[in-house]
Design a protein around this ligand. Structure first.
Ligand code: FMN
Length: 483
């Protein structure tokens, strides 16, 4: 058990019981660009429904808090070698609804872009999935501006002239307003009097703002969770402020423990400045664990992923691929500051050569050693291929045994740098299932993960207070799903 106190904390925050929040980032083609090539990896989007089901059931069996379904309203074949998971994927709201029927306790987070959707439709879809799942839905609202997405939605409308975060604030106000248009007990179902609803508990919204005009009421009754928990991910100051004021879960991607702790304390302070308890916002960082039964096994998995990552290494096979322009020895040469034209990628970097690297080159060597256990001059040497891959893949990768991965997560959590993690997988299913089978129990044995689900709603898993209007206690019928 931990009892954190942090500079930005208050009495409420110190009551935290020491469980970290764990969500699984759902990317069926994996998050390591060459993961889909790993022997036995899932790699066919046409069989995604089965992969989604298997991942969801494994995550729920492990007791994870939620499945996180990102989205992007565009695609680009040019991402083939860098982000294959973005090429083709099932719409996140549809996926959440599908998984709601398959699972019983785990939370489900779907994604909607504020700039390219209408809050009425989003409030309705979110309330629907919340109802269908018995209160397990969370809504990730993105506030990005992306030319590829805009190109799919016709000419920019009047809304695009407004500040995107002001639009997002108004969007959230409309969502919450619509969810409040139905009182919890509005359906009186009075058979004797023939009144199925109490009209005084159904109110219009009558919202007229710079971006939206929405009359209401919503045509779905109040969500099980009252207000569906909101999720936000974004690194800019505006994104941080938006999360501090509006979100229940904030997904961040810090690059070091020090940066994470600073950002965490700053964000919690902003949450309090916004008049909320610091604990009302759960801050989770992305992490990509590459795990094996032993550290050596994990290094072997990482080495294989590096070998499978296509680079222009002078072979006829690589010449046939239309690889991004930074996947060659010329690019690496610029980073480490040495003329390497005639080097072969799989040669060991000698101590003499490494001593002449730039500071950026030294950082790459450190990164390779942390990820793979390889050392300059060691029996498992650092190679040029490893250096280039470490430079190109900046994901927050942690490689090691279950205890190594648990140490990393525990260190960040106990340092009050995060409240939890969104766990990426290098590929499905072996990597996620090894994490679920070996790392989660390790965390549980350290008191960092609860023994079993204690709640039935996502809000319950987060121990999150309602943001906004209080909800009356829910009918027991919502809380047990036996059918
Ligand atoms: C960890 C992380 C995950 C994200 N996932 C998505 C996503 O799935 N879909 C999307 O459109 N944008 C995604 N984004 C982008 C942000 O949600 C979006 O740009 C944000 O609303 C605006 O923040 P910004 O000002 O930092 O760009 C993600 C950002 C981060 C940091």
């Amino acid at each position: 058990m931990t009892n954190h106190t942090s500079p930005a904390s208050d009495a409420d925050w110190s009551e935290r019981d020491g469980h970290l929040v764990l969500g699984a980032m759902v990317r069926t083609l994996g998050s390591f660009p060459s993961g889909w090539r790993y022997p036995g990896a899932h790699n066919d989007p046409s069989t995604d429904p089965r992969a989604l089901k298997r991942l969801a059931l494994a995550a729920e069996k492990a007791g994870l808090d939620y499945l996180f379904l990102g989205d992007w309203l565009a695609t680009d074949p040019e991402l083939e070698f860098s982000d294959p998971h973005l090429l083709s994927r099932i719409d996140s709201m549809s996926t959440a609804a599908y998984l709601a029927a398959i699972t019983r306790r785990i939370g489900l987070v779907g994604t909607v872009e504020a700039a390219h959707s209408e809050p009425y439709a989003t409030a309705r879809a979110a309330a629907s999935i919340d109802r269908l799942s018995g209160g397990r839905f969370g809504l990730n609202l993105t506030v990005g501006a992306d030319a590829k997405v805009e190109a799919n939605f016709g000419p920019p409308g009047a809304r695009s002239q407004l500040d995107r975060f002001e639009v997002a604030d108004e969007y959230v106000a409309v969502l919450r307003g619509l969810w409040d248009t139905w009182g919890e007990d509005a359906f009186t179902r009075n058979v004797a009097t023939a009144a199925i609803i109490d009209r005084s508990r159904v109110t219009p919204l009558d919202h007229v703002g710079p971006a939206f005009e929405v009359a209401g009421p919503l045509n779905v009754q109040r969500p099980v969770q009252g207000h569906v928990p909101l999720v936000h991910a974004g690194t800019s100051r505006r994104a941080q402020q938006f999360a501090a004021e509006q979100a229940d879960i904030y997904v961040v991607a810090p690059t070091s423990l020090g940066d994470a702790a600073e950002f965490y304390h700053e964000t919690k302070a902003r949450v309090e400045e916004a008049g909320r308890a610091a604990s009302a916002l759960t801050i989770v960082a992305l992490v990509l664990p590459i795990v094996g039964e032993t550290r050596a096994d994990a290094w072997a998995v990482y080495d294989r992923l590096v070998e499978l990552f296509p680079i222009d290494d002078g072979t006829p096979e690589s010449a046939k691929l239309d690889l991004p322009g930074n996947r060659n020895i010329r690019h690496l040469r610029q980073i480490i500051g040495l003329p390497l034209v005639e080097r072969r990628f799989d040669e060991a970097v000698t101590p003499g050569t490494a001593s002449r690297f730039t500071a950026a080159g030294d950082r790459l060597v450190d990164l390779v050693t942390r990820r793979s256990g390889r050392t300059i001059g060691g029996t498992r040497p650092v190679t040029y291929r490893h250096l280039l891959v470490a430079h190109l893949i900046r994901s927050p990768i942690v490689v090691g045994s279950p205890a190594d991965i648990a140490d990393h997560l525990e260190t960040w959590f106990r340092a009050s740098a995060v409240d939890g993690f969104n766990v990426l997988n290098a590929f499905l299913h072996e990597q996620f299932e090894t994490f679920a089978r070996l790392v989660v129990p390790e965390l549980r044995s350290r008191g960092l993960v609860r023994d079993e689900y204690e709640a039935v709603t996502l809000r319950g898993h987060l121990r999150s207070p309602l943001h906004g209007t209080p909800v009356p206690p829910l009918a027991a019928a919502h809380l047990t799903r036996t059918d």
